[in-house]
Design a protein around this ligand. Structure first.
Ligand SMILES: [Fe+2]
Length: 370
C-alpha cells in the first residue's frame, strides 16, 4: 500500500489548524500540527513531511523565518511550502517568495482551493524526488564504474611493472648482479631526470623503463658475462652486443614504455665524446634518457661488487664520475647528479642488496615514486 503523504500544518490559531486538518485528513493525508515556528522546525526534522502549510503571522518565529530555514538546508530544501496568509499586500507575497514559499493560499481558506494546491504541489514534489533519486543513482553508478576502472588500471599498471621486473630479472638471472641493481639504477636515473627538469610523467616513464636497459644480456654467453678477469677483444665485441640484442627484444612495440626501454637499451653505453657503443654517437645525438641511464648504470657498477672487481668506495666512485665530465658523460647530467648526491646516497642505502626481496618490493618502490 502506498504510504500516505505527510502534511505539516503550522498555525498559531487552534481553530485554523483544526480546519485544515478537517479538510486534509478525509483525503487520506497524514496531517501533523505545529503551533509555532520552533515546533514546526522540530516536527520537520522528525517526520520530513511532503508538504508544509505555513501561517505567516506567528509569535516567536514567523512563517518567513521558518521558510528560510527550511530552504537553507539540503534535506528540507525540496519540501514545498504553501504560505497561508490573510495579507493581500504584494510586498508580503514578494517577501514570502524570497523566503522560499512555493505557493500561497489566502485566508479564509476554501476547501477546494486547498486541495487543488496540495495535490499539484505534491505531484511536483513527487516528480522532483524521483528526479533526485534518479540523479543520485546515476552518480552512484558513475562512482562505482570509476572505482572499477581505477582498480582495473591499478591492476594493469601492476601487471606492466611486474612484466618489466620479470623481463629485467630474466637478463639479470645470468649475471651476478643482484636485482637491487635494477632498483638503484632506475631510481638514480629518475632522480637525475627530475633534477634536469623532466616532467613527472617523463621521470616516471624513465623509472619504469630503465630496469630493462640490460635485457639484451639474455643473449650473451655466461662465460663472458661471468668472466672474472678482463675480456679479450672478441669477448668484448660479444659483450657489446647486449645493447643491440636488447633492441631486438624490445623493438616494434606500440607501447610508450617499451619504446623508451628500447631507446635506453640502445644508448646506455654511448659516451658523450663519441667513444661509446654500439653506434659511437656523440653529444646530444645520444638520446637524453641514454645519457642519464649511463651515469646511473656506471655509478651503480662502481659501487657494487662485480665478477671482476670489489665495490669501490663512494669517494672513489664519485671521483671517477667527475673525471667523466664532458668525455664519458654529458656535463649537464654530471652536474645534476652531483647536485642531488645526497638523494643518490639515500637511494643507495634504501635499495641495498640485503633489503630487497622481490617483486612486491619492486612494484611498491616504483608505485610510490612521485
Ligand atoms: Fe649495459
Amino acid at each position: 500500500m502506498k504510504t500516505p503523504n505527510r502534511i505539516l500544518v503550522v498555525d498559531d490559531k487552534e481553530y485554523n489548524r483544526e480546519l485544515m486538518e478537517a479538510i486534509l485528513s478525509p483525503q487520506g493525508y497524514e496531517v501533523f500540527l505545529a503551533a509555532d515556528g520552533v515546533e514546526a522546525l522540530d516536527t520537520v526534522a522528525q517526520i520530513l513531511p511532503d508538504l508544509v502549510m505555513l501561517d505567516v503571522m506567528m509569535p516567536v518565529m514567523d512563517g518567513f523565518q521558518v521558510a528560510r530555514q527550511l530552504k537553507a538546508h539540503e534535506e528540507t530544501r525540496g519540501i514545498p511550502i504553501v504560505m497561508v496568509t490573510a495579507l493581500k499586500d504584494v510586498t508580503d507575497r514578494v517577501n514570502a517568495l524570497e523566503a522560499g514559499a512555493d505557493d500561497f493560499l489566502s485566508k479564509p481558506v476554501e476547501r477546494i482551493e486547498v486541495l487543488a494546491r496540495v495535490r499539484s504541489l505534491l505531484k511536483v514534489k513527487q516528480y522532483n524526488d524521483q528526479t533526485r533519486r534518479y540523479q543520485k543513482e546515476l552518480e552512484e553508478q558513475v562512482q562505482l564504474k570509476t572505482e572499477q576502472l581505477r582498480a582495473t588500471l591499478r591492476n594493469l599498471q601492476q601487471a606492466t611493472l611486474e612484466t618489466i621486473y620479470r623481463l629485467s630479472r630474466a637478463a639479470e638471472y645470468k649475471d651476478e648482479d643482484t636485482h637491487a641493481h635494477l632498483f638503484r639504477m632506475s631510481h638514480y636515473a629518475a632522480a637525475v631526470a627530475r633534477r634536469l627538469g623532466h616532467s613527472s610523467e617523463q621521470t616516471r616513464a624513465l623509472l619504469y623503463a630503465a630496469p630493462m636497459h640490460d635485457v639484451g644480456k639474455i643473449g650473451i654467453p655466461e662465460r663472458i658475462l661471468l668472466k672474472p678477469g678482463k675480456l679479450d677483444a672478441q669477448e668484448w665485441d660479444t659483450m657489446k652486443k647486449h645493447t643491440t640484442i636488447g633492441v631486438k627484444i624490445l623493438e616494434g612495440s606500440q607501447n610508450d614504455l617499451m619504446q623508451l626501454a628500447e631507446v635506453i637499451a640502445h644508448s646506455h653505453h654511448e659516451k658523450w665524446d663519441g667513444s661509446g657503443y654500439p653506434r659511437g654517437l656523440a653529444g646530444e645525438d645520444i638520446p637524453i634518457v641514454g645519457r642519464i641511464s649511463a651515469i646511473a648504470d656506471v655509478f651503480d657498477a662502481l659501487t657494487s661488487k662485480r665478477p671482476y672487481k670489489e665495490p669501490f668506495s663512494i669517494e672513489k666512485s664519485f671521483s671517477i664520475i667527475r673525471e667523466g665530465h664532458g668525455n664519458h658523460f654529458d656535463p649537464l647530467v654530471v652536474d645534476a647528479f652531483f647536485d642531488i648526491s645526497d638523494e643518490i646516497l639515500e637511494i643507495k642505502a634504501r635499495f641495498s642488496d640485503e633489503h630487497i626481496e622481490g617483486i612486491e618490493d619492486f612494484v611498491a618502490a616504483l608505485g610510490k615514486w612521485g
